[in-house]
Write a protein that binds this ligand. Structure first.
Ligand SMILES: [Zn+2]
Ligand SMILES: [Zn+2]
Ligand SMILES: [Zn+2]
Length: 236
């Protein structure tokens, strides 16, 4: 059996030698050299002392709390596209992992079984028919809502377009001025040039509209729908 010394104990416990030396007097052990032999009782006292000292210390350093977790406790959630093998309808499963493909919640009660009777097959067919009707109604409602939004967007755009066209077409060659816009600049004036700089495509369109007669243009610009369909026989 090897004899224990304060130096060996410090090494074993991973304690600074200076701290171990100081702890000797805390434990009522006369300060001895680090290489001096300790009695079993002294060794036990020192071990108890350092055990009681270390516990609160190790608690006071919340290493785990300060270190980023290497692997997240729960996998990140994502969308898993699923198709029901019974009704073929699709849905999205949101979760950490893709669970094994099962029938959708609507089909749980009527899924196909081995040796099933006609009544079960009929019940399944009727249930699917009801689901498809319901889906159809939902799709129709969504279409209506989106169509409404689109019409509203067209109308908004038409208002901006009409305002822009009114302003630009107003800058026209004044009769009897030999190529001058009413604003005093050579035609096409700065308003037209500025539009061309800003957007060549819109400039081209406004140029085309400038050749329409005012009734046709008003019909087009202030059409309720605000769509792009130009009157037949117009445009390039
Ligand atoms: Zn289903
Ligand atoms: Zn089904
Ligand atoms: Zn002008």
């Amino acid at each position: 059996m090897t004899e224990m010394t304060p130096g060996k104990l410090a090494r074993e416990l991973g304690i600074d030698k200076q701290a171990m030396f100081k702890s000797l007097s805390d434990c009522g052990i006369p300060r001895v050299r680090m290489g001096a032999h300790l009695t079993d009782a002294q060794e036990a006292t020192l071990r108890r002392f350092w055990k009681s000292r270390r516990r609160p210390e190790s608690r006071s350093i919340p290493v785990r709390a300060t270190m980023p977790l290497k692997t997240p406790a729960t996998p990140p959630t994502r969308d898993w596209p699923r198709t029901c093998p019974c009704c073929q309808r699709r849905w999205v499963h949101r979760g950490g992992e893709d669970v094994a493909t099962t029938v959708c919640i609507e089909c749980e009660g009527h899924r196909s079984l081995n040796g099933e009777d006609d009544a079960r097959r009929l019940a399944r067919a009727e249930s699917h028919a009801a689901l498809y009707w319901r889906d159809r109604a939902v799709a129709h409602e969504q279409f209506r809502a989106l169509h409404g939004e689109r019409q509203q967007a067209y109308r908004k755009r038409a208002k901006w377009r009409a305002a822009l066209v009114e302003v630009v077409l107003d800058h026209d060659e004044e009769e009897g001025t030999e190529g001058l816009c009413w604003c005093g600049q050579a035609y096409p004036c700065r308003t037209w040039r500025r539009l061309e700089e800003a957007n060549k495509g819109i400039h081209r369109q406004v140029e085309r509209w400038s050749s329409w007669n005012s009734d046709q243009l008003a019909d087009f610009l202030y059409d309720e729908d605000g769509r792009d369909d130009e009157p037949s026989g117009q445009g390039a």
